[in-house]
Design a protein around this ligand. Structure first.
Ligand code: SAM
Length: 251
């Protein structure tokens, strides 16, 4: 495994490249489970009410949860003692995720709530509230070794920000804003640390790591998203011409 490389591969294959106890922080945003609304009583056409993404194709809830468990077991193997982990999920799966992190060996710590100030609006005929929250599950391998406490009013398990917009926005449906990732990376890692994201998407974790002088490694299965990561890395290097770290790349 090379530092600051993103591998274009399935993460469960990619994990084989990573040594035991070599990662300081896990920060990730796995695929969601697209059929979730089928289980909600009274929703005749779930396509109407739930956004589906091409990377969400799991045959069943069981298959999806087994996949997440396999990923989290690998995360546990590669995490150093005292490493923290953060995993994004929706409100429908958060209690499963909490149990799976514990089953994998981690300590569950807290659920952090991101309030999206500009969500897709609630539509009267759907009789449902707007989906304006995403959740970030914080867990650790033993007691967290790094805890760079910020001012107390920045240590709430709540963060507010619009969804990714403007120049930062790339063609990825679930791109997370850097603003809602960087604070947690700063709290739970130090400059020079290695951050792993098995589901890089548009490369947000990589850019957040570079911006905060951390290193990264990770995987992304989709060729087009890998091209976006490559573009974001090029943009970062153009803006930071005196960048001294290991040269980042996607392969
Ligand atoms: C929720 S998105 C991550 C978005 C990311 N946080 C961002 O800000 O751009 C999940 C990503 O995981 C990728 N993915 C899905 N299954 C994968 C697998 N088995 N191995 C590696 N990547 C996978 C998808 O292509 C998708 O880009």
């Amino acid at each position: 495994m090379k530092i600051n490389h993103i591998y274009k591969t399935d993460c469960l294959r990619g994990f084989k490249k990573i040594d035991d106890e070599s990662v300081d922080l896990i920060f990730t945003d796995p695929p969601y489970y697209q059929n979730r609304a089928q289980n909600v009583k009274g929703l005749k056409n779930h396509k109407d009410v739930v956004t589906e993404f091409k990377f969400d194709g799991y045959a069943s809830e069981t298959e999806y949860l087994e996949f997440i468990e396999n990923v989290l077991c690998e995360c546990y193997r590669v995490a150093k003692n005292g490493a923290s982990g953060y995993l994004w999920c929706g409100d429908d799966f958060v209690s499963y995720i909490n149990r799976i992190v514990t089953k994998a060996g981690f300590q569950f710590r807290k659920v952090i709530h991101w309030h999206k100030t500009n969500p897709f609006p609630a539509i009267y005929t759907r009789k449902m509230f707007a989906n304006s929250m995403e959740l970030l599950v914080h867990f650790s391998k033993g007691t967290p070794k790094t805890w760079n406490h910020k001012p107390v009013n920045e240590m709430h398990n709540f963060i507010e920000s619009p969804i990714c917009m403007g120049k930062e926005r790339k063609k990825h449906e679930t791109q997370k804003p850097l603003k809602v990732c960087i604070p947690f990376i700063e709290i739970s890692s130090n400059a020079g640390d290695l951050i792993l994201d098995p589901f890089m998407g548009s490369g947000t974790t990589a850019i957040a790591a570079l911006t905060t002088d951390r290193n990264f490694t990770g995987f992304e299965i989709d060729e087009n998203y890998c091209k976006i990561i490559d573009e974001r890395i090029t943009e970062f290097l153009l803006k930071n011409q005196n960048f001294q770290g290991e040269k980042p790349c996607v392969k």
